[in-house]
Design a protein around this ligand. Sequence first.
Ligand code: PEP
Ligand code: MG
Length: 322
Amino acid sequence: ARTRTQSRTKGPGRTADHQAVQLLTNIGTPADAVRAAQADNEGVGLFRTEFLFLDRREPPTLEEQIRAYSQVFDSFEGRTVTVRTLDAGSDKPLPFLHLPREDNPALGLRGLRTATLRPGILETQLAALVTAQRRTSARMRVMAPMVTTAEEAAHFAGLARSCGVQTVGIMIEVPSAALRAHDLLPHVDFASIGTNDLAQYSLAADRTSQTLGHLLDPWQPALLTLVATVCGAAEDLGRPVGVCGEAAADPLLAPVLAGLGVSGLSMAAPAVADVRDALAELTLEQCRSLAAAVLDATSSAAARATAREMSKTLRAVAQNGE
Ligand code: PEP
Ligand code: MG
């Protein structure tokens, strides 16, 4: 892979024919935000807010949350910051919630579902976000994790808007939400596909397992088919859809995701440069033909091999044409 110093492209993400594909970063703390904001990217596609809630007996106060969110927004003045509301439970246990013991926590009370147990926590978080945002020029978007049904999407959107959030979204990381994206998306302004959980739930493979990596592979045809389904609904309904799971950081997969119709990719800040270069090498039309070929593959290995071979050929065509 090309190193960062050899990277040829700069600025906003775009294909060879200048079609925009936003390049965003994933952050987990205000300190991450300071580092990520110094790098070349278009903002934050996933701000995981769990850090504020870890290792505590009581939830953080409104003022404490306003301070933390303000620090992040101040780092990204003028850029997009996509905040995810608290994603507690399962692989992100938070003791103060006193969640009941469950035999299958990944299938239990987690993400947005915990808001039904302790509703005040979500309202306070939304109020803190809106107050913090009014003090900066960062463009805040707020999305909920683990949304499963259209009713949940409608409920979250109503609550967020009543608290003053202007751009409301949902994460799509449960197969039911992907399969019925055309029912969920009308309620919100945008969606972001969380491929880590979407892989876990569609392949029935615990994301923390050391032995199931082959099933959790973002090139699994079933996962890519779900991404394509979401993109189809997003295009029909005119809603932007991004990807913020590990899949977004793979420079070979990025043009495939763009070809499927994803409008933004969010990843760890150091991964942005290689993904930007990979997108710049192909036109959107070439990304679409790549995506169609990859969707025809019947295994993750075949999907990867198809992408590798075909991008090499397409790049050669592009270079000869220069
Ligand atoms: C995901 O599930 O893909 C995601 C981006 O969220 P997290 O990894 O925090 O669950
Ligand atoms: Mg997730």
